[in-house]
Design a protein around this ligand. Structure first.
Ligand code: ASP
Length: 352
């Protein structure tokens, strides 16, 4: 009888506990972007990204309170075309610190869509945690007709709170779709379905907070990455630049960048990482001078493999394999903090 009474009291206590009692604790690190942007009037084409604070973002979606216990921190408030190495280091440092806290179950990063794929990939290489990290943005500002920010933010928080999001590295959530950091690319200037994962496909989908994963991430990231923030500063990140190939490209920009002292060059080549004979000769000169040269493609998808039309062995080049040129730049920068060995650098491109 006494046991029943105790159980009854316990049930009553549980019933009266606030709804947040058992909710996962999610930290929102805000950096700006259109999701935090406003326009003068909903019919107005012009708008300004990075104008709404993280506190206002959270309170604009009251349904979030049913999904997680939230706290927010403003890391930056910029349009992501102005994302910088400096903010990356700050953001990655905050991710590491926040995720090391037993009281935090996952992180959501609000971010502009223009460079979100680069930030996601950088974080995937240097953040040391298995806990969910979800980057989210929107294509339409908060004040637009049919704003997509609120549902994206709701899904992102639900994803970061979900145990299935653990151990996958940073995820990008937008337009009901989950992408892996290494795969995702913005492919359209304005449409809400702009984000695609053209090579290996999407990670999964979401339906108003419900999570469905379709595939595993088999590449190296976060806790299995040999890169870290240790000793990394804006000043000692090796300078790596991208050169873009097109008809009549004469390669002058390659020589100019080498004269500037770059440590690495990434070719956004035509087709299968190709470029004109003149540019190829300039890249070969760069490689001979000790600059690490990676060949990628401007096509947006596919694999640039070694020694197909270009003899990488002979010219001393690295093949970018599945990475887009902007992501190859990030991997090469971090790679060059570890080694100048071409074989080792090539291996990074197979693993990360
Ligand atoms: N230019 C904006 C940004 O990247 C676009 C967006 O967020 O969708 O910050």
């Amino acid at each position: 009888m006494k046991a029943f009474k105790t159980l009854g009291l316990l049930a009553l206590a549980l019933a009266l506990t606030p709804a947040t009692w058992a909710l996962p604790k999610i930290k929102i690190l805000a950096t700006g972007g259109t999701i935090a942007g406003t326009q003068a009037s909903p019919a107005d084409a012009g708008y300004k990204p990075g104008t709404i604070s993280v506190a206002d973002l959270i309170s604009s979606v009251p349904q979030l309170r049913n999904v997680a216990e939230l706290s927010g921190e403003q890391v930056a408030n910029i349009a992501s075309q102005n994302m910088s190495h400096e903010i990356w280091l700050k953001l990655a440092t905050r991710c590491n610190a926040v995720l090391a806290d037993d009281d935090v179950d996952g992180v959501v990063i609000t971010h502009g869509t223009d460079t979100m794929e680069e930030t996601a990939y950088f974080l995937s290489l240097v953040v040391k945690s298995d806990k969910p990290i979800v980057l989210v943005g929107s294509m339409r500002p908060a004040t637009a007709m049919g704003a997509d920010g609120p549902i994206n933010l709701y899904n992102a928080v639900a994803l970061a709170a979900h145990p299935a999001a653990k151990g996958r590295g940073p995820l990008v959530l937008i337009n009901d779709t989950i992408h892996y950091a290494r795969e995702v690319q913005k492919t359209h200037t304005t449409r809400t379905d702009t984000f695609q994962s053209p090579n290996r496909g999407i990670a999964g989908i979401m339906n108003t907070g419900r999570v469905f994963f379709y595939s595993a991430n088999t590449t190296r990231h976060t806790t299995r990455s040999e890169f870290s923030l240790y000793g990394l500063t804006v000043a000692n990140l090796p300078r790596v630049e991208i050169v873009y190939s097109y008809v009549n490209f004469n390669g002058d920009t390659i020589d100019a960048l080498v004269a500037k002292g770059v440590r690495g060059l990434v070719l956004a080549g035509v087709g299968d990482g190709n470029t004109s004979d003149a540019a190829l000769a300039a890249l070969a000169r760069a490689a001979k001078a000790g600059v690490a040269v990676v060949r990628c493609s401007r096509t947006g998808s596919g694999i640039v493999d070694r020694n197909i039309e270009v003899n990488d062995d002979q010219l001393g080049f690295i093949a970018g394999l599945e990475l887009s040129a902007p992501k190859a730049r990030i991997l090469l920068m971090l790679g060059l903090t570890q080694t100048n060995d071409l074989k080792k650098l090539q291996q990074y491109f197979s693993e990360y």
